[in-house]
Design a protein around this ligand. Structure first.
Ligand SMILES: Nc1ncnc2c1ncn2[C@@H]1O[C@H](COP(=O)(O)OP(=O)(O)OP(=O)(O)O)[C@@H](O)[C@H]1O
Ligand SMILES: O=C(O)C1=C[C@@H](O)[C@@H](O)[C@H](O)C1
Ligand SMILES: [Mg+2]
Length: 180
């Protein structure tokens, strides 16, 4: 970790893990700029993510996600909420590892289900058995989030304030040269 640009915090985890919610507050507390790859992509295209999936397929969205990550990763002193699927591509994982301190917000499938079941802006969870889909995604992605993370924080049954406190405590405990 000593050779990495250490000022950025990248939040990873499944849909509903709380990356956007937690990221905004951490950025405010630490005086960093907040970005969310999903929102940046929506702003640039002028449409919501389900529309990008409809027009360009998941593959088209993933290309946009990688180029957005590449670009934002070059910035300094940011907190970045990544899309839930950003962890899939090896090149994305390399960007995350190289340019920031990676925090995995982990929650179990039941919790994620309760948080996402009524959301219409997550195309992968429309017209499917949401719990079964989340289970499949958890199974496929949990090892990748775990392997990529510098810090894992459980977010199930944890108020957002407690999650933020845990992350900030972990950051304070780091060597000064490794602190984001
Ligand atoms: N610790 C928590 N406890 C209870 N509810 C939470 C917690 N964290 C987030 N939520 C709620 O869960 C929902 C999803 O949170 P959020 O949008 O921050 O997740 P996300 O990780 O950014 O998801 P996505 O990958 O789809 O963008 C929101 O309604 C949010 O208020
Ligand atoms: O888990 C995923 O693959 C996704 C999560 C969201 O953040 C969005 O990036 C998109 O809906 C895909
Ligand atoms: Mg989000």
């Amino acid at each position: 970790m000593g050779e990495r640009i250490p000022n950025n915090i990248f939040l990873v985890g499944l849909m509903g893990a709380g990356k956007t919610t937690v990221g905004k507050l951490i950025a405010k507390n630490l005086g960093k700029t907040f970005y969310d790859t999903d929102h940046v992509i929506e702003q640039r295209t002028g449409v919501k993510i389900p529309t990008i999936f409809e027009l360009e397929g998941e593959a088209g969205f993933r290309k946009r996600e990688t180029s957005t990550l590449e670009e934002l990763g070059q910035q300094d002193n940011i907190v970045l909420a990544t899309g839930g699927g950003a962890i899939i591509a090896p090149e994305n994982r390399a960007i995350l590892k190289e340019y920031g301190y990676v925090v995995y917000l982990r929650a179990n499938v039941n919790e994620l289900y309760l948080r996402t079941r009524n959301d219409k802006n997550r195309p992968l969870l429309q017209n499917v058995d949401v719990k079964a889909k989340l289970e499949q995604l958890f199974h496929a992605r949990n090892p990748l989030y775990t392997a990529t993370a510098d810090l894992i924080v459980d977010t199930g049954h944890q108020p957002v304030a407690v999650i933020i406190q845990k992350i900030e405590t972990a950051l304070h405990a780091l060597e000064p040269s490794c602190k984001p």
